[in-house]
Design a protein. Sequence first.
Length: 336
Amino acid sequence: MSFWVAACWFALGLGVVLYALTGGPDLGAGVWNLLARGPRQAEQRRALHEAIAPIWEANHVWLIFVIVLMFSAFSRAFAAISIALHIPIALAVFGIVMRGAAFAFHAYGIHSARTRRRWSWVFSLSSILTPILLGNVAGALGTGQIRVEDGLVTSGFFAGWTTPFAWLVGCFTLALFATLAAVYLAAEAEDPALADDFRARALGAEVVAGILAGLVLWRAALEAPDLYAVLMGSGWSWAVQAITADLALVTILLLWVRQPRIARYTCAAQTAAVVIAWGVAMDGHFILPDVSVDSAVSYLPALPAFALVYAGGAAVLFPAFWYLLRVFKSRAHRQE
């Protein structure tokens, strides 16, 4: 792998990590909107909407970044993935659109209470469906069932993503995003009782995510043998998995002792480690075993120019996004 290919591959991975850390909790919050319960049900939903409202449109900029980078630098992989997995991808895009529309109509609309409740259901269900489908796509890429010969997908439109393994990866993605959302909400809550509500949900979601991670590993041995071989045989993979498990345990401990503001950093690091572990397990491939990173590049001489453009864009985007979060997530702004 040449330097420029590796640089674009690294930038792509960074984009996926950033989307998981920003868009992930944004999507996971829909779970807690649906499962809001108890005497503080209304307060839970209000806190959730206030946390999402200023930044819910901005978080998806990282998904757009990943798509544009794949399309321009790794067009062969983009074409193969778009063809082989167009059904779950289209459903995920539909979920993102419906989720955004539902949140806007529910949070900002002037509809009746009954209509707003219906939009709230649409918001929650689309928030649950979308991360499951995104995780499903990621899982399908490692099954080895999607076959590409001479740039053409030969395995049809139902290979990979219809397996139990891919759906378990999707459910694990949802649990991970829901954990991240609950930890973030617990850290932001001003009311101690409300923070405890989200803290308890975060602990439960962390346990569910751990169980699903074990089930994913079990099904990988049966339905994604190449991916499983790397997970079990690579020293790098074992190291990342060990770090992920340690971060999960530290997050649980911090939540147990009521330190959600610190736990949000360890939980974010845990999520990033999960994404990195998946990238390591893919063993330099977009689609196992037929589409490697090197073979996905359509025109190698163009990569230096692409890399410079992405670097220039990042120099503008990163500070702007950081300032957006600083402004709208500051205590002074929330108290206005």
